[in-house]
Design a protein around this ligand. Sequence first.
Ligand code: ASP
Ligand code: MG
Length: 412
Amino acid sequence: MALIVQKFGGTSVGTIERIQQVADKVKKFRENGDDIVVVVSAMSGETNRLIDLAKQASDGNPEPRELDMMVSTGEQVTIALLAMALINRGVPAVSYTGNQVRILTDSAFNKARILQIDDEKIRADLNAGRVVVVAGFQGVDEQGNITTLGRGGSDTTGVALAAALKADECQIYTDVDGVYTTDPRVVAQARRLEKITFEEMLEMASLGSKVLQIRSVEFAGKYNVPLRVLHSFQEGLGTLITLDDEESMEQPIISGIAFNRDEAKLTIRGVPDTPGVAFKILGPVSGANIEVDMIVQNVSHDNTTDFTFTVHRNDYQKALDVLKQTAEAIGAREVSGDTNIAKVSIVGVGMRSHAGVASRMFEALAKENINIQMISTSEIKISVVIEEKYLELAVRALHTAFELDAPARQGE
Ligand code: ASP
Ligand code: MG
């Protein structure tokens, strides 16, 4: 008998019919003898609707505490509906808000962090044979104020509960059947991964493969909670996200290819190359609250150097203005920028034990005549910046080069 935490997202509880289907599914697990804690999101679209109302009532600027007071109601509706549907099927069930469980958080309204979870009440209910349905996305601070965990926060509620209860698995049910080697809309041969490590998932997620809230993956890694991403209404094993197990012999070198089009590139040329120059350039950028991703400084010629970095595209204009001011102040020759770039990354823990991964990547891009503008590497990731119009070609070429393509199906 296992203890499983199951989290169902907004589309999975988006209508009464779907809530009925979720109840059927939970019932089946229960009949197998497993103890089940269910975490649900609000019905799809509901959180947006509530935020919109709040904006209307406040000239677009709702008081953070009051916003949490209101948006937390979306989940309060779905926990009650699911508990009713379960009870209606003869499955004893009880619903709790975050406050009732006591999911204690800090007081950072709209983006609170979980500090502690009381597991007593839940354990008592499980022992009494009840399914426990908990509202995702919300908690309560020391003063008793209702807080929420940031958009997509129900994933984190699920993982945090699984950690607190030492559950055997945290299952995240959603509208995709797992984590893929890359976006199937870009590469038709993309495959569902059976397994991926926390570290790899974090790299994939932060690079734009948005299946899970990033914080929930960090949390799961920290407390070693096995996480499984599954389709709510299709059969299948989904993708298991777990610790790196070095035992596994058939570990692929690369697990997936992530990409994003959200960045822009800025270059400052002819910078007098003196100690502290990187700080002089990037200090004002971070001072303007702009996050920098990749950074490249060229080898200097005649005591001047070039410096290139990337920022989120939304911050491009602001960063360009800051950089122009800096250029004047330090006597650099010129500043330029480019928003037509994309970042492509190959991710895999197998890189640690294999040489030649980077050159294989560069070879695949060279064969397609794709120019690499910037490169950065970490222990389990290699990223390149290329011209945006080659993005899809690059992802497809790399997917093939690293043998990630699914075998062609019959008749295709
Ligand atoms: N309902 C919240 C949101 O839409 C939390 C969640 O769904 O995870 O962001
Ligand atoms: Mg979600």
